[in-house]
Design a protein. Structure first.
Lengths: 89, 454
């Protein structure tokens, strides 16, 4: 299953390192990544493949949310279908 | 990004995070026709068992879907066969145990509301309808989650004016019985013309007899998203306004469709419809009134409001219909006064009156919704307000409804505070001349002619 992981918040060092470290440890593969910084606001969008991960989706979401809280940024993970259904016929 | 670009992803996230986009409700319709029993206790037992078994996974599935797609699912609800039909076989005059059974089932399941303590009397009453209607004030004052509705008019049958008269009386009674609670009982009761059988929204949801044994209907929301989109086309002509609303409604509905399909699959219950209604909440930025003001009106309720609402309602339907294979329910824009920050503000400032609201209901879904009126308003005046609204629905072949709250002990200038999604309602002025002789005539207003339309 593919999901979209998004991180938004004030730029600081280590955001990508922490997120990708978590993904690596939990067998979540990054398929695509896009990152920008506009006026000090960091935005990163990743497409990730969860099929090899042993964690449940809810557990992944909870741990990413917690990591976001610790860094003071917002981290979301959402099934890709919500974006597909909204933006593609 | 494969297929979807970052701009689109950020747009969706902003809709959810900043513009209050959510799934307002996943409503499971459940037929209780097979629960009828001569023994009322046996009937209640069957009702409880059927609801709690059929919907046992509704709440966990709703939460699971919300988490998977990162979209808030605000309410999980149940609608059932109108209880006047189910209870008709039971040898009893006391229908309160049926209401309490529904309430108990709702509590067991952890859902937000259960609708269907209802009767359909547009052509006439059965004995069971009489018993149920008489019990509504007590039923709604002694339960927490039960919602009730009565259909008193249809385009095919006309308006049952005996029922309209009785509705005014029971609304007054209900207001008094729940006066310590800001007359909350009335907020759980709707009077309908042309009621729909697959409406997922409360308080008017019930599971019609034309429906299957169970069904999943989904109601979307998103006034904030429409408002924000319109901010991008300020000063442009109405073609651009309509196009923008259609595009936005399309996206919102696609999300509803996804959730409905997913819920249906996970629950093993057929998918019925997506209801495309724009349903406001009292949150700032989640208001239908602010959409109308964004179109260029100084205050919702001023001249031009009906035209703005007509455009909005139509464009929402056009965008939504393209996005979903099955659209139903009420589908349009809701204008509940107490649940919409912009409507509350307009009513308080005097810009929005009951008369203007009545005109607005001619071009949008639902009707006179969540409106507080002075507590000393006579029952016959309430009946007359209902009769006017029913006439609009019957003549225009559309669903209309009245959910009106006489504010016990309060007058114009006061307000009712319900809290949560129900918000707060400034008490609005009603006309003081009497309609008593009109309402006392009784009988039925005949069904209208369908040709020579003007």
């Amino acid at each position: 299953m593919n999901a979209i992981l998004s991180v938004m918040g004030i730029d600081q060092k280590g955001i990508i390192a922490k997120v990708s470290g978590f993904l690596y440890e939990n067998d979540i593969n990054i398929l695509d990544i896009n990152q920008t910084i506009v006026r000090n606001i960091f935005t990163m969008v990743m497409m990730v493949d969860l099929s090899a991960s042993k964690l449940e989706f809810g557990e992944i979401a909870d741990r990413l949310n917690k990591m976001g809280d610790e860094m003071g940024v917002e981290i979301r993970i959402q099934h890709e279908d919500i974006f597909k259904s909204m933006h593609r016929i | 990004m494969i297929n979807i670009n970052t701009k689109e992803i950020t747009e969706t996230i902003k809709m959810i995070r900043d513009q209050h986009l959510d799934i307002r409700t996943i409503t499971m319709g459940i037929s209780l026709l097979d629960c009828a029993d001569e023994n009322p206790e046996a009937a209640c037992r069957k009702i409880y068992d059927k609801i709690t078994k059929t919907a046992e996974n509704l709440v966990p599935v709703g939460e699971e879907i919300g988490r998977r797609y990162g979209i808030p699912i605000i309410n999980k609800r149940i609608s059932v066969t109108p209880i006047s039909l189910v209870a008709a076989a039971s040898k009893t005059d006391d229908y309160i145990p049926f209401a309490k059974t529904l309430d108990r089932a709702a509590k067991t399941l952890g859902i937000n509301f259960i609708g269907g303590y209802s009767a359909l009397v547009y052509k006439g009453y059965t004995e069971s309808d009489r018993k149920l209607i008489a019990s509504i004030p007590e039923a709604l004052s002694t339960t927490d989650y039960v919602c009730s509705s009565v259909g008193v008019a249809t385009t095919k049958a006309g308006i049952n004016m005996d029922a309209v008269k009785e509705m005014g009386e029971i609304i007054k009674k209900m207001s008094d019985m729940s006066k310590d609670n800001d007359s909350l009982g009335c907020a759980k009761f709707v009077v309908f013309a042309n009621p729909v059988e697959d409406n997922p929204f409360m308080a008017g949801a019930f599971h019609g007899v034309g429906e299957g044994s169970s069904v999943i209907n989904v109601g979307v929301s998103g006034p904030g998203v429409v408002k924000r989109a319109l901010e991008q086309v300020r000063g442009e002509d109405f073609g651009a306004v309509a196009e923008t609303i259609k595009n936005t409604a399309f996206k919102i509905t696609r999300m509803g469709q996804l959730v409905a399909r997913e819920a249906s699959k996970m629950l093993g219950v057929p998918y019925g419809i997506v209801d495309l209604s724009l349903a406001p909440t009292p949150e700032i930025g989640d208001s239908v009134a602010y959409i109308l003001e964004e179109m260029g009106l100084e205050k919702c309720g001023c001249h031009g409001t009906t035209a703005a609402l007509a455009l909005l309602n139509d464009a929402v339907k056009k965008g939504g219909v393209m996005a979903s294979s099955y659209v139903g329910g009420l589908s349009g824009a809701f204008i509940p006064v107490s649940e919409d920050a912009g409507m509350i503000s307009a009513a308080r400032s005097g810009a929005l009156t009951l008369d203007k609201l009545e005109a607005m209901t001619c071009v949008c879904s639902v009707g006179l919704d969540m409106i507080a009126i002075p507590g000393d308003t006579p029952a016959s005046t309430i009946s007359a307000i209902i009769a006017d609204e029913m006439a609009i629905g019957v003549i225009n072949q559309k669903t209309t409804a009245v959910r009106i709250i006489p504010a016990a002990g309060k007058n114009v200038g006061d307000k009712l505070e319900f809290g949560g999604l129900l918000g707060e309602a400034p008490v609005m002025r009603v006309h003081h001349h009497s309609a008593e002789d009109f309402i006392n005539r009784g009988g039925r207003i005949p069904a209208p002619i369908h040709s020579l339309r003007n």
